[in-house]
Design a protein around this ligand. Sequence first.
Ligand SMILES: *Cc1c(COP(=O)(O)O)cnc(C)c1O
Length: 429
Amino acid sequence: MNFISTRNPSPAATLSQAIAAGLAPDGGLYVPERMPPARELQAGADLAETAAALLQPFFAGDGLEGELPAICREAFDFPAPLVPLATPGDHVLELFHGPTAAFKDFGARFLAACLARLRRDAVAPLTILVATSGDTGAAVAAAFHRQPGLRVVVLYPDGRVSPRQAHQLGCFGDNVAALRVAGSFDDCQALVKRALNDADLQARAPLSSANSISLGRLLPQTSYYADAALRHHAATGRALNFVVPTGNLGNALAAILARALGVPLGRIVLATNANAVLPDYFGGGDYAPRASVATLANAMDVGAPSNFERLRWLYRGDDAQLRAAFTAHGVDDAVIREVIARRFRDHGEVFCPHTATAVKVLEDLRAQGEGGDWAVAATAHPAKFESVVEPLIGRALEVPPALAALLARPARADPIPADYAALQERLLA
Ligand SMILES: *Cc1c(COP(=O)(O)O)cnc(C)c1O
């Protein structure tokens, strides 16, 4: 299968080329030339096996095709269990059992497994440039740490990530550098986009991205939806509906793609924080990207969701059809706090602030009489956001062992202004 830009049908790229490049040369996002048709799917023995079967059509004819099972084994070496909640019919899909305790570990590890194979014979090291509002950078740093032929430069908005997130970004060293930018996440993302589109710079220091615009991250994220929904369907005969906490639309788009591939998913509903670009659009307004505002669910502080262009492509640019297919609901900080405190008090359930937005949206759907089986994508472990969660539940959270190991290492990040020349200088140093 070949891949094209959301903006121009040519030139087409192979999957390997698209994964290595990150962004298409015209600044668009890579999408499959055509979506593989929906087919009858079955869960494999484990997540890695489900993933390899699901992703096979995208890899058909590519140099990596024969390695897909090994790539999946390497990337998906931790589980994504579907766990029932106290309220009947409700579940969480726990996506936080990887090395940095957030769902981005899946995509980052898959991308690293692909790139390590693609760069096996390369002479110059490839720099992975990442803008992060918190979780992406840590997942990418962990996945690429000490991978030969690859280095990572992470940009994050100084003071806008949690102390534990900041620590995770700075704790790797070796081939991983952390830069704290005096600006917002959108500033970081703009700097990265500019560098990736800078042919001059690329000629001197080959760059690639690992943001959720990368196909190497987006495609594997379909796997955990497939694994959970196929198992649920086999056990109950019913489709699983999802509420997905959403920022750049990478995780939600993966659910939408999984459904298009034939996975028995029902409705897919988007939950956002106070950044309302998607609720406004799906509520009937124009798509109006804007500056992001800082919230408790900081990995979703996005004013211009980068995967929106892909979602529109999937619906052939038909806004009316797209608006009819999904709803998006904003949840502000006061409600996030209320949900975290109440669900712990009433049911002993603990959610991270991102997951809490989706829990609230599911509560509202149920209150409106929504039936069926639902799951919330639990995108991070609550212990990653202890400064928010612990005061609300009035007790300390146990840190998962992998995260504890990272937090025990020393950390350092260098400050830079939100200025392109400063980034260029760093990349060429
Ligand atoms: C990145 C992230 C999100 C948002 O995911 P997108 O793919 O950007 O929509 C939600 N929750 C957590 C914990 C995250 O790290």
